[in-house]
Design a protein around this ligand. Structure first.
Ligand code: ATP
Ligand code: MG
Length: 472
């Protein structure tokens, strides 16, 4: 766990210099009694007096719980403040803001469940707002439409999963809510980091001794003593090291960098395939290559071909030859605007054979899933491939980048290609589908006709496929 270690500033001087009604909160006591025992990491946060407090932590740390409990403590303390101006209505006002409404539904349930019924005056389910005795109003708001986040001055703003909230919502809509005369204007924000976006800068302000109004802490899932260490190890096994660093260790991982780690560790001498074969197809355009990868049941990429600048009909011929030569049972061609008609052509060419075609529809989400799966498989050496220069090079240079809006993108560096990477990712996606189907209740393949006698497979000609065949 990491938090800014420095002298606790005098809240009256630093945090509330523009807020005459503010008192050092540590000396104030709420009348609220809750059945909540913070763990040591949460306690660190509750004890701090700064105006802006930020928790960046891994999943299940107890971020939401700590923020909601702190919010309740703060609003009830504020309501008990004797010198609060009578003109401000409601007397105490707080918002809980999340990136979307669905992400607010759990905190909203927790809030209603936690507040003693004797304190509740009214609850509005549609507006997700709750009124407490002492003229306290707590409202849940989504940051999806920042233009609606107006009209109120706040005593407490609680941001949940703050790293997923757009920066613009914070700077133009939310931050100004904290500058209202007579109100405390406090921020409590928590979330799991998402790269190095504005949330990282807010976190850094909390680490900067020159910004005494800000305090931040960074913690991991394992800093929550209630989490079973075996769960952490199980997550480590199923996540890439980058995803683990971010989602579990709660670190602000760098925006740009290599996606695939341990690429050379998966290089093995060429060997014959074992078990069923899946082929991934990344269709080329005028500029890009068409790339084909054949993967066996053990995750060994035993055949690879790539070519460009040939007419579509010839591309199709070569794809069909590759599928035949590798004896693929499953083919995963990409479909998008270009891939769709050509995939239909491929389907007609393969009609009547025991070859299943499972198109891969590329969207930002499916692409990310396929790339993540490949990254994890490479990191854990669950795939292997011969030293194919184009493939190894593409894997090594493939990178993450982050858009100004905070979205992570995967791509080859500008001017470079990613066809081999994509066809590999499609093939791996297909072989996972295949394995699932084979072990699922329906199992196996349909249309097992016309495939010929598969008794003794021969792969003697496959050696040719190691070599990249480019047609320029
Ligand atoms: N101090 C505590 N004592 C007991 N249970 C707790 C405590 N803090 C959190 N919990 C429980 O642990 C679970 C996770 O807490 P919470 O939702 O606050 O974590 P989170 O960090 O927001 O998790 P996520 O990453 O899933 O959003 C919840 O069921 C919550 O009730
Ligand atoms: Mg949460």
């Amino acid at each position: 766990m990491n938090s800014k270690a420095r002298a606790v500033p005098n809240t009256q001087e630093s945090a509330s210099s523009s807020k005459p009604s503010k008192k050092p909160r540590r000396q104030q006591h709420s009348q609220l009694s809750l059945d909540y025992r913070p763990h040591p990491g949460q306690q660190l946060f509750h004890d701090r007096p700064e105006r802006f407090r930020i928790i960046a932590a891994g999943a299940r740390f107890g971020k939401d719980t700590a923020c909601l409990m702190e919010l309740l403590r703060l609003v009830t303390t504020a309501a008990a403040e004797p010198d609060r101006p009578a003109t401000i209505i409601p007397r105490v006002h707080a918002w809980i803001v999340g990136p979307t409404y669905p992400l607010l539904s759990e905190p909203w349930r927790v809030l209603k469940r936690t507040i003693p019924p004797s304190l509740i005056v009214a609850t509005n389910e549609t507006k997700m707002s709750i009124e407490l005795v002492g003229d306290i109003l707590i409202e849940c708001r989504s940051a999806e439409h920042p233009e609606t986040l107006v009209g109120s001055g706040l005593d407490v703003l609680c941001l949940l999963e703050f790293a997923l909230i757009p920066e613009q919502a914070w700077t133009t809509s939310l931050r100004p809510r904290l500058a209202s005369y007579g109100r405390w204007g406090l921020l409590i924000a928590s979330g799991t980091p998402k790269g190095r976006n504005w949330a990282h800068r807010l976190y850094l302000a909390g680490q900067n001794p020159d910004q005494p109004d800000y305090w931040s802490m960074q913690a991991a899932t394992w800093d929550n003593p209630l989490i079973d260490p075996a769960e952490i190890e199980s997550m480590r096994d199923t996540m890439t090291s980058r995803a683990f660093a971010q989602e579990v260790a709660g670190e602000f991982v760098t925006d740009d960098g290599a996606v695939f780690r341990g690429v050379r560790g998966c290089i093995v001498p060429p060997r014959e395939p074992r078990g069923s074969v899946t082929v991934g197809v990344d269709w080329g355009t005028r500029r890009d290559r068409t790339a084909l990868c054949a993967l066996d049941e053990n995750g060994h990429l035993f055949a690879f071909e790539s070519f460009r600048r040939i007419p579509w009909s010839q591309i199709l011929d070569r794809v069909v030859s590759f599928i035949e030569a590798t004896r693929a049972e499953l083919v995963v061609p990409e479909i998008n605007s270009i891939g769709d008609p050509v995939t239909q052509d491929l389907e007609s060419r393969l009609a009547g054979r025991a070859i299943r075609i499972e198109p891969f529809l590329t969207t930002a989400t499916t692409k990310r899933q396929a790339i993540d799966r490949l990254a994890l498989a490479i990191e854990q050496r669950r795939v292997s491939y011969p030293d194919i220069p184009q493939l190894v090079n593409e894997l090594e240079i493939y990178e993450y980048s982050q858009s100004p809006a905070g979205n992570v993108r995967f791509s080859a560096p500008s001017g470079q290609h990613d066809d081999a990477v994509m066809s590999f990712a499609f093939a791996l996606h297909g072989s996972v589908l295949h394995a699932r189907d084979a072990s699922g209740p329906s199992g196996g393949y349909v249309d097992a006709v016309g495939y010929g006698d598969d008794g003794g497979r021969s792969y003697e000609n496959l050696g040719n496929f190691w070599v990249e065949r480019s047609s320029y």
